[in-house]
Ligand binder design. Structure first.
Ligand code: DON
Length: 304
């Protein structure tokens, strides 16, 4: 069976879950999005593209941006990065504060909010034009300039981002933020507001799916080992306290966002992006999780 037929079957068979879950409401701007949209795009290493549904409708990628900022910081700092942030799954919510206090300001991993705030701080220290350079990196990964920050999303999140502000303050207290907290928060929220569609996300993740190929986009160059390690972190930490469930049911490295997007890769085969704004209690897209579970079931290929 070809990928297009598989996507069509998945699209039909997941309709039974289409009313389950609610879009994230803690970011007011996200509540303006029609929750019933649903799209999938899959891109193969051989250069083929398959899509279905609302795969060309842009949405805020939210936490999926954490993979891109991690890639930049890993390039800039190399192994020293791990002095500031760990590589262990958190088993906690993406915005948990408790663990950060117990572990004295060292976030468990770069894909939870605390870790991404440290990564944002590193980029602010290292880059001359952080916001422009971050955007250019993602544009280069997608081969298009047609990607922008959603300013009203970023502002909406800053105005209501009390928990993230608490996390940033805790990090600063423990000496794990160098820059002004407000600058770090604003940069982080802009990253989360990045607006892309499934096709662009699948394109951006394709280079992560083959560590044997050179990885260089704008100034960001990763070694084969670094690409593998980013995959390892996505596998173990990409879905917060549902990382085990995603490994169990899907079996691919991936990353979710509260905008309802999920990007995942099947090593040396394909990248895939799914979008449906209705989330489960852990903040991951209900239809997205189901679609990817069906994808690895129907293709009979996962990393295991
Ligand atoms: O910082 C936040 O809470 C959001 N901008 C991003 C959280 C997120 O996407 C978690 N993903 N499932």
């Amino acid at each position: 069976m070809g990928y297009q037929q598989i996507l069509e079957e998945i699209y039909q068979e997941t309709q039974q879950f289409s009313h389950i879950g609610e879009p994230a409401s803690y970011i007011p701007e996200l509540t303006k999005v029609d929750p019933n949209q649903y799209g999938i795009c899959l891109k193969t290493m051989e250069g083929e593209t398959f899509h279905i549904g609302d795969s060309n409708t842009p949405f805020a990628i939210q936490s999926i941006a954490k993979v891109f900022s991690l890639a930049m910081a890993f390039h800039l700092r190399g192994e020293k990065l791990w002095k500031r942030v760990g590589v262990e799954p958190s088993g906690s919510a993406f915005n948990s504060v408790i663990q950060l206090e117990l572990e004295r300001g060292i976030p468990r991993n770069p894909l939870i909010n605390a870790g991404a705030l440290v990564v944002a701080d590193i980029l602010l220290t290292e880059l001359e034009y952080p916001e422009e350079q971050f955007l250019k990196f993602v544009q280069a990964l997608c081969h298009t300039k047609d990607i922008t920050y959603n300013e009203s999303m970023a502002v909406s999140e800053r105005e209501n981002g009390f928990l993230n502000a608490a996390i940033a303050n805790m990090l600063k207290y423990y000496g794990n933020i160098e820059n002004d907290i407000e600058r770090v928060l604003r940069f982080y929220f802009r990253q989360c507001s990045l607006t892309m569609n499934c096709e662009q996300l699948a394109t951006a993740f394709l280079p992560f799916s083959d560590h044997t190929q050179p990885f260089q986009f704008e100034e960001t160059k990763l070694t084969s080992s670094q690409v593998k390690r980013i995959n390892a972190i996505m596998q173990t930490c990409g879905f917060y306290d549902e990382a085990g469930e995603f490994s169990f049911t899907v079996g691919l490295p991936g990353k979710s966002g509260v905008g309802g997007g999920i990007a995942a890769i099947c090593p040396r085969r394909y990248s895939v992006a799914v979008w449906s704004p209705r989330l489960n209690k852990k903040g991951n897209s209900v239809m997205g999780m189901k679609a990817l579970e069906m994808l690895t079931t129907k293709t009979e290929v996962s990393i295991f």
